[in-house]
Ligand binder design. Structure first.
Ligand code: 5GP
Ligand code: ZN
Length: 142
């Protein structure tokens, strides 16, 4: 999606309304319009990046620096006892808005939101093979 037609670019620019809770130089946080729990927030960069895959690390560092303060504030205000910080990358992950964003989802015991996805396991040698290939790939990309 191009930045010009991106709903989160429009929110960042103030062209469409959102219930903002943080306005920083390069980032905005606001209430998700379809909350999974009261206080569900989205943190976005003002600049348009599609996902974690195309954001330069310094811009990502600046963005995530806002997470601890937001987390503390939303826990204090909602009385939730925990939260999930979620970042979906790609359609198969559930990403629906293709402007990088972090969800902060307040959690309380027994809220039935779930998280425990079905865990798999590795066959003999499969984990080690993946480990080796990922290590080599990381080396070749530096
Ligand atoms: P994703 O599935 O891409 O990780 O999450 C996108 C999130 O953006 C959803 O939770 C959805 O409710 C939220 N969202 C989509 N459009 C709007 C909007 O116009 N305003 C606000 N505040 N949230 C939105
Ligand atoms: Zn955008």
């Amino acid at each position: 999606m191009q930045a010009g037609s991106c709903i989160f670019c429009k929110i960042a620019a103030g062209e469409i309304p959102a219930l903002r809770v943080l306005e920083a130089k390069d980032a905005v946080a606001f209430l998700d319009i379809g909350p999974l729990a009261p206080g569900h927030l989205l943190l976005i960069p003002k600049a348009h990046y599609t996902s974690i895959l195309d954001v330069p690390p310094p811009a990502l560092s600046e963005l995530v620096s806002h997470l601890p303060g937001l987390a503390r504030a939303v826990l204090q205000v909602t009385g939730a006892s925990g939260l999930n910080i979620l970042q979906n990358t790609g359609e198969s992950s559930g990403q629906a808005v293709f402007h990088l964003h972090f969800h902060l989802i307040p959690r309380t015991a027994g809220d039935r939101l779930g998280y425990r996805w079905n865990a798999g396991s590795y066959s003999a040698g499969q984990g080690e093979a993946l480990q080796g290939r990922i290590v080599e790939t990381l080396k070749s990309r530096v």
